[in-house]
Design a protein around this ligand. Sequence first.
Ligand code: ADP
Ligand code: MG
Length: 314
Amino acid sequence: ATPTAVMVATGVGANNGVLIKGGDALERAQKVKYVVFDKTGTLTQGKATVTTAKVFTGMDHGEFLTLVASAEASSEHPLAVAIVEYARHFHFFEEPSTTKDAQDHSRETRFSGWLLDVSEFSALPGRGVQCFIKGKRVLVGNRKLLTESGVTIPTDVENFLVNLEESAKTGVLVAYDDTAVGVLGVADPLKREAAVVVEGLLKMGVIPVMVTGDNWRTARAVAKEVGIQDVRAEVMPAGKAEVIHSFQKDGSIVAMVGDGINDSPALAAADVGMAIGAGTDIAIEAADYVLMRSNLEDVITAIDLSRKTFSRIR
Ligand code: ADP
Ligand code: MG
């Protein structure tokens, strides 16, 4: 391709909301063999919603939600945001106050007053959060978090969790004073175009892959819904780049599509890194392409554009 053709292609991309950082990235996209998709916020809408909250002990439902929200209030994880929002809604909208005084009071306390005091908060990447409330340890996260902290998961809790995961939801476990007290189910729907894009890639001879920090059962359920066969789950944040390298071993050209801070090492490691426009700045910086519309169809647009620009006959 001539420099003019590259310039034209870059302009066509920009007009379609596909920002291409340089001619090399544009050229590499034509040879992509694997497209590795992050799950949360990339294949899914990233708008997590709590669909279930179940307490397994004598703890009051409202108290349970306050406890979990207090522990998650300092976390920016999409799961944490969804949980705090759900608890807030439960306390302030489920039981509407009638008097003007009560309404004013609730408005005042809506944003922080209802949360419990938390000490020694720590976020454990790929696991969840830990803190102390009323002198007791509180854990909110996945199996790995509880197990590594020495908390046993009773059979009834485990069964409930498995049911959630088989319906493509993420189960969040809650332990108070080292006892598993409850589970929340969080749903994050697929983007509307996700399945069509996966099908389109397969027709183009490109192999779609999904990588996620989420558990295997949820990951498989989501992958099945979207039509992806190759899934890598329970991948710790540092592991996503390793997944990219494993596909590159035989010389294959690999694209990564992601939105999170967690995805930036993988976006940098990929031959073609594509960041979702609505994603974090760190991901956008690490990528070669920015999909400004945050629409997955633009993954196909990008590969097509490169193929049309660089190959004479196809
Ligand atoms: P991904 O974004 O690919 O799902 P993460 O590393 O962000 O990967 O999270 C992996 C898993 O760790 C989540 O699916 C969840 O089970 C658990 N986790 C991480 N942070 C939190 C949190 N703040 N609250 C509850 N669970 C969490
Ligand atoms: Mg993500």
